[in-house]
Design a protein around this ligand. Structure first.
Ligand SMILES: Nc1ncnc2c1ncn2[C@@H]1O[C@H](COP(=O)(O)OP(=O)(O)OP(=O)(O)O)[C@@H](O)[C@H]1O
Ligand SMILES: [Mg+2]
Length: 458
């Protein structure tokens, strides 16, 4: 007798634990007040509440063309708050995250990198009416012909398809490309299909509930859909979410053409999209909006470590904020007074004064002991590390003395150490051991200073 084995229901998923995966939102209540520990966020209440207001205004589409600066010492949660903002905004608002260093590429101009990032932040919701044939397939007839090079093989030449809706039944005839799609997608009687009248694209929507097959196979895993209503040939509204950068790319690709020679000359590979295409796309988008077929969703460009930007980039961003392009720029920096890159001028945050003047600043502050402990506890849950009370206390102590980041790092290392010692839970011993084996910034600086001469000479 055959043995039957049940497959466990939960399929394990590849999970990656990054530095901010525990951040699920900003942790605010409905009045936008921060709850001390919520959504993976701990403390830093003022900054979180400020960020919450920003999210609200972005959602209402009122804060376009604005700049927000997140300023504070290293490891105080600036990046974490920006991640929280993106989580709060949801999937429909574009949120692009980049580092200031990304503008320095040997292949592309600085402004090019920024323009592309900006255009990725502008979402366009396109509504389009298209003519489609839609219905449940009640009959398929495929006419085949001998293959031109191999007469023993048959290839589809045309197709006759009968489609049924609740209102009518209609037979259509189509050519080779539609026939091929029908065969590839394994479409037969009982399937509900949608065929674009203009392009001929075939979409298999599922199995009709009313069809014989739909009624018979209880265990069929295919999606079941009702038989479409109305006429077979009808106008349907399609809604797509695109970004302006997507539209640029589509245009660039269609202009470059997919000709035979392009395979050799790489014409379809566009490293930079020229300004001509971009302005054409701008016009296209404006037209869509004017005709009521397109809606703009302003997004967010978050530039982490933005003290790495230079004067040219800052002035470009300043201009972008004032142009018709609608987006919100969030800059994060951990510099106090620093030289603006590309100049000899020192300035607060390492930013030009006119930019600071135009922005609102959200400050982050160093954490107290309680918050550090709570963040470490959340991190241990996220990393699925079991840790006992004393070890957590010890790690908190280390975090208070050196930095939150250092103690977060030690947590993973201590967990590894516990594993090596065949312990289930992380113990004080593990924390102490890894703290001895590794150095924090202060210790490393001391160490290097001590050996400065020796290290420099050799
Ligand atoms: N309030 C918080 N709640 C929960 N986790 C936090 C909080 N603040 C920081 N963290 C976590 O602590 C670590 C360091 O914080 P983060 O990277 O956000 O600091 P930062 O201010 O961006 O530092 P830097 O200036 O060096 O970029 C991250 O893993 C972050 O997710
Ligand atoms: Mg950061």
């Amino acid at each position: 007798m055959a043995t039957i084995r049940e497959v466990p229901g939960k399929v394990s998923r590849f999970e990656r634990i990054g530095a901010h995966t525990h951040v699920k939102g900003l942790g605010l209540d409905e009045n936008l007040n921060a709850i001390k520990v919520k959504d993976g966020m701990v403390g830093q209440e003022k900054a979180r509440e400020a960020a919450g207001l920003v999210v609200k205004i972005i959602r209402e589409g009122k804060l376009s063309g604005k700049c927000i600066i997140l300023a504070g010492p290293p490891g105080t949660g600036k990046t974490a708050i920006a991640v929280g903002v993106s989580r709060e905004l949801g999937a429909n608002v574009p949120f692009i995250q980049m580092s200031g260093s990304e503008i320095y590429s040997s292949e592309r101009k600085k402004t090019e990198v920024l323009i592309e990032a900006i255009r990725k932040c502008i979402g366009v919701e396109v509504h389009e009416m298209r003519k489609v044939y839609e219905g449940e397939v009640t009959n398929v007839d495929i006419v085949t012909a001998p293959h031109p090079y191999n007469p023993y093989q048959k290839v589809p030449e045309s197709i006759r398809l009968t489609l049924k809706t609740t209102k009518q039944e209609k037979t259509i005839e189509a050519g080779e490309t539609i026939a091929q799609q029908i065969i590839q997608q394994n479409i037969s009687e009982g399937n509900v299909v949608q065929i674009d009248a203009e392009t001929g694209r075939v979409v298999n929507l599922g199995l009709s509930l009313e069809s014989a097959k739909g009624k018979k196979y209880d265990v069929d895993t295919r999606l079941k859909v009702p038989r479409p209503d109305g006429e077979v040939l009808k106008e349907r509204e399609f809604v797509y979410m695109l970004t302006v950068a997507d539209i640029d790319e589509l245009n660039a690709r269609s202009r470059a053409g997919g000709g035979f020679l392009s395979m050799f000359f790489g014409a379809t590979e566009t490293k930079e999209i020229d300004t001509e295409i971009r302005s054409a796309v701008d016009e296209q988008v404006k037209k869509l909006v004017d005709e009521g077929k397109g809606f703009i969703h302003p997004g967010v460009l978050f530039i982490d470590d933005s003290h790495l930007l230079d004067l040219e980039a800052f002035s470009f961003l300043g201009r972008a904020m004032e142009s018709e392009l609608v987006l919100i720029i969030i800059l994060a920096t951990n510099r106090g007074v620093a030289r603006i890159r590309g100049t000899d001028v020192k300035s607060p945050l390492g930013f030009p004064l006119d930019l600071i003047d135009r922005a609102v600043i959200i400050a982050t502050h160093e954490y107290d002991q309680e918050s550090i402990k709570e963040i470490l506890r959340i991190r241990s849950e996220e990393e699925k590390v079991q840790i006992n009370k004393e070890a957590l206390e010890k790690l908190t102590e280390v975090g208070t003395k050196s930095s939150l980041r250092y103690s977060v790092q030690l947590l993973s290392l201590a967990a590894q150490n516990a594993k090596a010692m065949k312990r289930e839970k992380v113990d004080v011993e593990d924390v102490e051991r890894v703290d001895k084996l590794f150095m924090d910034v202060g210790e490393a600086a001391e160490h290097l200073k001590k050996y400065e001469e020796k290290m420099m000479l050799h």
